[in-house]
Write a protein of this length. Structure first.
Length: 425
């Protein structure tokens, strides 16, 4: 049926269009209608009809994507449910260790991951943690949301990320895993009484209630945990290869726990007061008591024989706080001396009187050595101290340098690097 419309629309006189029209015809009609509504003949900066059509197409695409997203969420829920029931029905696999969050702890949302900003080379040869800001030696600056109060930090082998341990609080200690890919930090342990991390970041040991627990670390997960009862006050303080070093209470010395073999830790060596680190040959550099009361000696310890001294030298007057670190090549020890100064000790021949040299401000925390043989630590003022053995031997006295962006009362944390050959490699 056809007819003539004379009023009520903007069409010219002529037959009406049939009801069944194609998309192309409808598009042309819409363009004609909008074009005739233009009052002036000036060219428009945009095509109004095209804009309407593009909005319509975008709306259609959004509806399609929304439907696909809802379908994907449903699939994830179904898959998760199936995996959960499958795991609950079997007995395979070693469970991942999860500790309860300390009171008042609330994890940060994953959606607000850390920011990464390139700003050029940083001053430190190693990564440096300043508050919740991580400055890497490669020139990245990252804000670590939810990470605070860090006391120690360790690089993980293969540059997979960082392990960061908080200082002791009323709620215990927290261990964070910071992935290298820029995603948000994750809490691995919470409310632990004490935490020790291996030099390569592959192993963690901690005190939980009446037990000391040790586990491997793979991609931010704790795997294959092993437990052993421990007396009150005994805490893990380090590793010797795969073995855990446990400090006994009341100056009871240090014991070695071969966790791979299970069972109880070996008898403690009551003369060992502290362990500074491991040499490439596997022997430990430690502080032991001397025959005279109040005196301490430097010793090489054999972890395979319950930390029996292999060689002892009592000529160096070291502080009893046990702060210090051994260089990657095993040549040097940087530790606190009794004379309010750090000492650089030559371990090439740790005999009766190894050579020791004043090496600047006293240590306020752990020492981290670079592969190139430079020691970095933080002094009591929060300044960063670099100790280069060749400069110290030449008579130079290292001094502390201020750290950019450090809040009053805070101290930066030097991140320990992994050994050139990781433990167990």
């Amino acid at each position: 049926m056809t007819g003539i419309r004379r009023n009520g629309d903007n069409r010219t006189d002529g037959p009406e269009r049939p009801l069944a029209v194609s998309d192309d015809e409808l598009e042309r009609a819409l363009r004609e209608t909008l074009t005739r509504r233009v009052v002036t003949s000036r060219p428009l900066p945009v095509d109004p009809a095209g804009a309407v059509l593009r909005r319509a197409r975008r709306t259609g695409r959004r509806r399609t994507l929304t439907g696909l997203a809802l379908a994907g969420v449903a699939t994830v829920f179904v898959t998760t449910g199936v995996a959960h029931f499958s795991a609950a029905g079997g007995d395979g696999g070693t469970p991942t260790v999860v500790l309860g969050d300390p009171p008042g702890f609330s994890p940060s949302p994953l959606a607000s991951g850390p920011s990464i900003t390139r700003f050029g080379p940083v001053r430190a040869e190693l990564d440096l943690l300043v508050g919740d800001r991580l400055d890497t030696s490669g020139g990245e600056r990252r804000q670590l949301t939810g990470v605070s109060g860090v006391e120690r930090a360790q690089r993980v082998h293969d540059r997979e990320g960082w392990l960061m341990t908080s200082a002791a609080t009323a709620a215990g200690r927290t261990l964070w895993w910071v992935p290298a890919n820029g995603t948000a930090p994750q809490v691995m342990l919470a409310a632990a009484d004490a935490v020790a991390v291996s030099p390569d970041g592959r192993q963690v040991a901690w005190r939980d209630g009446p037990e000391v627990i040790a586990a491997g670390v793979v991609a931010g997960q704790l795997i294959a945990p092993v437990r052993t009862p421990a007396p009150d006050g005994a805490v893990p303080v380090g590793f010797a290869g795969d073995a855990v070093l446990i400090q006994q209470p009341d100056e009871g010395g240090v014991s070695v726990w071969e966790r791979a073999l299970g069972g109880q830790p070996a008898p403690a060596n009551p003369d060992v007061r502290a362990v500074y680190g491991t040499r490439p040959d596997g022997r430990l550099v430690g502080l032991v008591t001397a025959d005279r009361p109040g005196q301490h000696c430097l010793a090489l310890l054999d972890p395979a024989r319950d930390l029996a001294p292999v060689r002892t030298g009592c000529g160096v007057k070291l502080a009893a706080d046990g702060l210090g670190g051994v260089s990657a090549d095993g040549r040097w020890l940087l530790a606190n001396g009794n004379a309010r100064s750090a000492l650089l000790v030559d371990l090439a021949d740790p005999g009766a009187s190894p050579a020791a040299h004043p090496a600047g401000p006293v240590l306020a925390g752990d020492v981290a050595w670079t592969h190139a043989g430079v020691a970095l630590h933080v002094d009591a003022t929060g300044g960063l101290v670099r100790v280069k053995p060749e400069r110290v031997l030449a008579g130079d006295r290292p001094t502390a340098s201020p750290v950019e962006g450090l809040a009053p009362g805070d101290r930066p944390v030097v991140v320990a690097d992994v050994p050139a050959t990781p433990d167990g490699a």
